[in-house]
Ligand binder design. Sequence first.
Ligand code: SAH
Ligand code: TMP
Ligand code: ZN
Length: 406
Amino acid sequence: MPQCRICKSSYEPFISFGQMPIANGFIRPEEFSKEYFFELATGFCSKCNMVQLIDQPNRDMMFHENYAFFSSTSAYMQQHFKEFAELIMNEIGQKANPFVMEIGSNDGIMLQNFAKAKIRHLGIEPSANVAKIAFDNGVNTISEFFDENLARKIMAEYGQADAITAANVMCHIPTIHSVVEGFRILLKPNGIIMFEDPYLGDIVENTLYDQIYDEHVFLFSVASIGYLFGEHGLEIVDVMPQITHGGSMRYVIAHKGAGKISQRVIEQREKEKRLGLHLPETYVQFRKNIENSRDRLVELLTSIKKQGKRVVGYAATSKSTTINNYCGITAELVEYISDTTPIKHGKFSPGTHIPVKPYKDFCDNYPDYALLYAYNHAREIMAKEQKFMAAGGKWITYVPKVGVLG
Ligand code: SAH
Ligand code: TMP
Ligand code: ZN
């Protein structure tokens, strides 16, 4: 039986999605024969409440100089991180010469706000291509993986931080104890940590099983984050639900005893109990909901195809890799996937090899249906695609239920 990465207890997988490729591993035909696959399976540890992958590919296979995810492709996320940065600036506003650190800073989507405000900052971003974009835009960035050792080096060079932040990266790091210990070392006695990740409560409630893929080694809850940070003398002082990525949670953390614990933390913990996030049977039901969602989606796509209609995928997200491979969606069902990221064009989706084409192809020849892989950007996309809908175009969705919109 696998051992929990947080508390070392044994736990059991509750679902296997079968063989999966690297979610962001967009690939050329000459590389098909050596494509890497691993078994994507997830389990729940009932001692510390962490939901986690049984196996995760080596980090160098996911984060490197050709990393395909560029944070700034979404205008909505740019606004989201501007507001997040303003919240942090408010927190540290009174301090003399404050210092802010971010891990997983990608193309600088968050830290550019601190750079513009001339606030001392440092981004840690191992994927060299996206780190370079940030650096070239005046965001102080080093291209390394953050861990306790790096924290000690940063401490020697920059001193402790007033604020440490992270978004959609804590859940990527299997050796998370080392990261949290690094935070403890680097955080000033009255400093704050603010980070956010997709939230287990939303994932279970809305069957967002596509949040399970190689990079997401953990699905966090207030209970599991409280346990993890508690092991390092840190505690959650506030939580702020977010609508990003289909439902996320922002955690505010301080040294134990340094801050007042908000009523919201207590209420969210109670809500998690009501949802049964601490009970193994919840995950048995989650598995059944996932299987049901898959069967409905395959049925819908197959029947639309039988009517001779054209279906195109909208946005080659990392999450779509789980959907395509688990549901067996190939170019037979989805003609191609339209995406705005140049690095993905001319390549094929991981595993089931659907061609990825520029957004222009979509605009030039609207399909009958668009399968909305980027449901987390639905609002931005719907606003942009009035013409597609006016031309009779319809959306296929699987969140929170499989169906057709428009
Ligand atoms: N914060 C951005 C990017 C999220 S993608 C956003 O929310 O849009 C996750 C990023 O974390 C990737 O750019 C990846 O290269 C980086 N990353 C992965 N492991 C890391 C580690 N150990 N330390 C710092 N960054 C890491
Ligand atoms: P994400 O869901 O992981 O944030 O990935 C977003 C992907 O969706 C990225 O490859 C860019 C793409 N995208 C589009 O193609 N069109 C859009 O309008 C938006 C918002 C995203
Ligand atoms: Zn555990």
